[in-house]
Write a protein that binds this ligand. Structure first.
Ligand SMILES: [Zn+2]
Length: 258
């Protein structure tokens, strides 16, 4: 049937589409199923050629699209539940297996990331804690014993001990402006130099009587945590000494390694 003008044709087509909505939809679906791969490839190519359009379309229709998705989800709760469950558990299982087989790499990577992005990470944690005050509180309440126990266990390990030492030195440094640059190698050199013996009572250190770092001039009297100011002392001498300066009483025979 010929049309007088384009307007008439448009109107006719529109009414035809409305009348035959279901048939058209069915045909389109069939066509789509038959030519699925071809169509997807075409759409992908078009999206690649027109990146701006895609973005603009989303921006313009964001609200509408979200609303549509929401409505569809409400109409199809089972589909989503099923999808969610299957997908969630699949991902969870995969993730767990991955984590177990890459434990070391992951923890190393995380450590490195935290070191590099220390400020960023700290900020993020702070913000999250601020945004979720209840969660954090409840977590602590529920896991208090577990967390304390874990912390106690950690402090017993070599890493934990180093952490405590760092923290204590840091505290001293911030309070009194102490210079703090003793490395663990320097500490080992000092122990070797003094023959692994207490400078005050000459007792040899062992597993049960470990050496402590004694500051010749105590930190409280303006001494620094540097190799020149440190001698090895047994615990009992160190605690007897407290804040006294005992430089004259050092057993120099031990010091010379005789
Ligand atoms: Zn001693």
């Amino acid at each position: 049937m010929p049309y007088k003008n384009k307007e008439d044709e448009k109107i006719y087509q529109k009414s035809y589409r409305q009348k035959n909505k279901e048939i058209i939809q069915k045909r389109m679906k069939e066509y789509y199923q038959k030519n699925k791969e071809k169509i997807i490839a075409k759409v992908k190519q078009w999206q690649k050629d027109n990146p701006e359009h895609n973005k603009n379309y989303y921006e313009k229709n964001k609200e509408k699209m979200l609303e549509k998705t929401k409505q569809w989800r409400e109409k199809n709760p089972l589909y989503w539940k099923k999808y969610w469950e299957v997908d969630y558990h699949r991902k969870l299982g995969y993730q767990k297996r991955y984590e177990q087989s890459h434990k070391k790499e992951r923890s190393q990577y995380a450590k490195k990331y935290r070191e590099i992005n220390y400020e960023k990470v700290t900020k993020r944690i702070k913000k999250w804690k601020k945004d979720n005050p209840e969660y954090d509180k409840n977590y602590y309440k529920k896991n208090k014993e577990k967390m304390l126990e874990r912390n106690r266990e950690y402090l017993k390990t070599e890493n934990g001990k180093a952490y405590t030492q760092r923290k204590n030195f840091k505290r001293n440094t911030t309070i009194k402006g102490v210079i703090n640059n003793l490395t663990s190698n320097e500490w080992l050199d000092i122990l070797k130099k003094y023959n692994w013996k207490c400078v005050y009572c000459s007792k040899e250190f062992d597993l049960f009587d470990r050496p402590t770092r004694d500051h010749i001039i105590p930190l409280s009297k303006g001494g620094n945590n540097v190799k020149e100011n440190i001698v090895p002392a047994c615990r009992s001498c160190n605690s007897k000494k407290r804040d006294k300066i005992m430089i004259k009483e050092i057993n120099y025979e031990v010091k010379m390694g005789k």
